[in-house]
Write a protein that binds this ligand. Sequence first.
Ligand code: NAD
Length: 322
Amino acid sequence: MNILITGGAGFIGSNLTEYFLEKGYEVVCLDNFATGHRHNIALFLEHPKYRLIEGDIRNLSDCQKAVEGIDYVLHQAALGSVPRSINDPITTNEVNVSGFLNMLTASRDAKVKRFVYAASSSTYGDSQGLPKVEEVIGKPLSPYAITKYVNELYADIFSKAYGIETIGLRYFNVFGRRQDPKGAYAAVIPKFVMQLMQYESPMINGDGLHSRDFTYIDNVIQMNELAMTTTNPEAVNTVYNTAFGDRTTLTQLVGLLKEYLALFDPKIAEVEVLHGPNRAGDIPHSLASIEKAKQLLGYAPKYAIQEGLQQAVAWYFSNLDK
Ligand code: NAD
């Protein structure tokens, strides 16, 4: 079986690549290295079942080339980050909406068996209820959230109009090995890990009581595999929360990080935490119901935040230059 992983040089895409190569699949990666890194794929370049296509999902011809002979698409390529989309909504839209539509169209034309794509918990927008259930969403709070919701709308219409099977995975704050700690738009966990390792004070936006359903990468890999391989006809052409199903406040998160990092370097326990203003586009709380994924896909997440963070911290300690 051949899998195309778009965004395969990024955090989630490179982890999916590693997993599916180990399982014996042929993996093609399409990436333009906008936010992905060559060091993320260095491991795979010599692998006989791996092929890299350097290209841009904004070019339909790159997408068409990438889907040739492909059975399954795991579409991860996008520009992430709410603040990036607020600073530059046009580029975010070009990649996340036009690029998505190119990939979906190319996949339809190549008659791929299934198109599984990275959706986002940001689609819940201003809806207040917790836990979040797939059928109840609010108004988007950022350009990024709009793009991810538009992806779901296109996937739904393509399933209905053309019969292509699609599954959207609404990822909730994913973390783990190879997530980029650097740059203005780094996610909170790798950023805090790097700062703490350098004895710099991490800055929490707001009072620290905002909470998130932090989701370890191995749970996300499990969801992608289930979405790709399910034979349950009721499980396709829909979206799933992809999360652990628990929430942790930012203050609790920093506490756990300091505790686990201090096992490697006790001085980290002394680093102070700072607080700044709330960030535009941020939702206060996020917690997923994972019942739909459990019932229709047989999802059983193995990693709570504690186990995931311990593994991630150990990885950063052996892989990040101080
Ligand atoms: P990432 O930035 O590490 O990976 C994205 C990859 O897409 C990068 O390798 C980048 O170079 C590539 N890419 C960007 N623009 C491209 C283009 N025009 N053509 C080809 N490749 C392009 O991010 P990630 O955290 O691995 O996210 C993967 C997917 O999951 C994204 O769609 C993101 O929106 C979604 N997502 C992530 C999270 C999370 O917590 N990490 C949460 C919700 C949704």
